[in-house]
Design a protein around this ligand. Structure first.
Ligand SMILES: Cc1cc2nc3c(=O)[nH]c(=O)nc-3n(C[C@H](O)[C@H](O)[C@H](O)COP(=O)(O)O)c2cc1C
Length: 205
């Protein structure tokens, strides 16, 4: 599925996004628009010029992949399921047709708040795409690159008046199976994204 073109102008400054960024762990049920979803994927690992991306990459080898677990009614015009982002086409391809957010939350030490986010992004590394040039040190480079992707998603979420969470505590093998990730794509970070729950509703938790 082809995604709408990303926008290169936003409503808040980088400084404002940096100032307001927090790890969000409570989301409203409101759906994301297809434009917001497209923008988050582009910010995470999209193409900016030629084959170059929104993130730096050791040797410009780009060993990472971005997946999105979309919940039922999570994104307008997108059915529930897990999608693989194809930066070169700015498109998504379906990996599994199930809403796996609750399973992802269970495989993440039962962090149940994750399942309330309309979209849960999974950042993965395919190490051989970078170790082929840099040997074992390539593993470090891929892990660093995951951090760049995550911060881009954080800041883009802020700029879209959304909030993002970040999770490193999960069972790798289980996430690979649940999300039907491509072979040798190892999950490094999981990021639930959605509208922040208004502060007055947070007091009920
Ligand atoms: C690599 C990494 C792993 C993390 N894993 C989790 C996690 O599993 N669950 C969680 O609730 N927060 C997780 N966090 C978020 C941190 O708890 C959070 O960033 C920290 O408390 C600072 O808060 P702030 O992000 O709101 O500034 C993780 C953050 C990083 C960078």
């Amino acid at each position: 599925m082809k995604l709408p073109k990303p926008r290169f102008k936003g409503n808040i400054s980088v400084e404002e996004a940096l100032k307001s960024r927090r790890t969000v762990r409570a989301f409203s049920k409101r759906s994301l628009s297809l434009d917001q979803f497209s923008q988050l994927l582009w910010a995470g690992y999209g193409i900016t010029e030629g084959f170059r991306r929104t993130v730096p990459s050791a040797g410009a080898l780009y060993p990472m992949d971005l997946y999105a677990a979309v919940g039922k009614d999570g994104v307008e015009w997108v059915d529930e399921g897990v999608y693989h982002y194809i930066p070169e086409e700015h498109s998504i391809s379906l990996q599994t047709m199930e809403d796996v957010r609750a399973e992802i939350a269970r495989a993440s030490l039962f962090q149940s708040w994750m399942a309330d986010a309309p979209v849960v992004f999974i950042i993965t590394a395919e190490y051989r795409r970078v170790t082929i040039k840099y040997g074992d040190r390539g593993i470090r480079y891929a892990i660093i690159e995951a951090g760049h992707i995550a911060q881009n998603i954080f800041l883009q979420a802020e700029a879209l008046e959304l909030g993002a969470g970040i999770v490193g505590a999960f069972d790798d093998e289980r996430i690979m199976n649940i999300a039907n990730l491509l072979r040798n794509h190892y999950p490094l970070l999981i990021m639930p994204v959605g509208y922040r729950l208004p502060p007055d509703m947070l007091s009920h938790f």
